[in-house]
Design a binder for this molecule. Sequence first.
Ligand SMILES: Cc1cc2nc3c(=O)[nH]c(=O)nc-3n(C[C@H](O)[C@H](O)[C@H](O)COP(=O)(O)OP(=O)(O)OC[C@H]3O[C@@H](n4cnc5c(N)ncnc54)[C@H](O)[C@@H]3O)c2cc1C
Length: 334
Amino acid sequence: MNAPAPALPAERDADVLVIGAGPAGLHAAFYAAWRGLNVTVLDARHEPGGQLTALYPDRRVYDVPGLPATPAADVIAALVRQLDGLPVRLRPGTLARTLEPDGDGWRVGTTGADGPRTFRTGAVILAAGLGALLPREARVPGTHPDVRTDVPDPARLAGRRVLIVGGVPQATRAALELAQAGAQVTLTHRRAGFRGSPAELDALSEAGRSGQLTVLAPAVLLNVTPTGAALTVDGQPRDVPADTVLILNGYLPDLNPLQSWPLQWQGEYVPDGPDGRTALPGVFVVGDLAASGQDFKLISVGLAQAAVAANHAAHHVRPELRVRPGHSSEKRLS
Ligand SMILES: Cc1cc2nc3c(=O)[nH]c(=O)nc-3n(C[C@H](O)[C@H](O)[C@H](O)COP(=O)(O)OP(=O)(O)OC[C@H]3O[C@@H](n4cnc5c(N)ncnc54)[C@H](O)[C@@H]3O)c2cc1C
């Protein structure tokens, strides 16, 4: 049986802090926790999955071993499911900004919904991909008291009139979730089609037909007003009253928060040794951010790097643990 994770030293928040909850970060978290370490995973986004859930959750991925033709969101769901029962804490909505030595470990400063925080850890695994995936700015003329680029907790918008602007999967999902939570939703996009999984698109058509929400597309958002927004639908002007306007245009990666860390950056990459080590002891890098991957920005490559780096990180934090993990098939979870 796998030994339960030993108690953390009192001064530490985690044995291993993983920055980035994309596929590489999730698998690194799995492996470090499987080896018996306490793991915390930070991500700037409010859900795990990195590029897969932010940029293409609805598209099928064909080259992840063992998961043929699987929607990207389901690849992530499987990686998250694999953390069940392991000592892994996910901290979504948390942006890593600073790194300072802390005895034989590290201190990572973050900002997020809970305000600034410091995480003290024995090792850091950087799985930051292309950078923090932050919502694209809303550039809409006019003023409205509640324009957002993220989706608040659906319960907070129950009973409110919500205009959602965008054709990305996040917009489709938000429309469905908010309508379900009791918001009066209007979804609009400049094109006729929306993106989403087949099930979500079916649900959207059904919700539009049944009047659970209103779909206006193709339509052009002209400007927001203090009480809603002005659109043109089929060439005709239309005012849509709204208490909240969500402009959901997808995400843009931002590496700036990490680029001041002394990692001997090569452009947008962090140089790594064969075991995932960076220039800083106890700081490892995996996935798209690792220079060794070169042109192979692939989920499968990141997963392999994660397995290697996490086992080296485990040995770094607890030298009594061998680097080699042995075979999982010879162990059992309690
Ligand atoms: C449209 C598209 C299609 C693709 N299709 C395929 C495919 O079919 N097969 C394939 O193998 N690959 C595909 N890829 C590539 C694949 O998505 C990437 O290789 C993979 O996502 C890299 O994983 P990662 O964990 O290294 O980084 P990411 O997925 O980029 O995750 C990094 C995470 O780190 C977070 N982060 C970054 N900086 C910080 C910070 N300072 N603080 C907190 N969080 C931070 C980000 O918010 C993000 O969530 C595709 C990519 C795109 C864009």
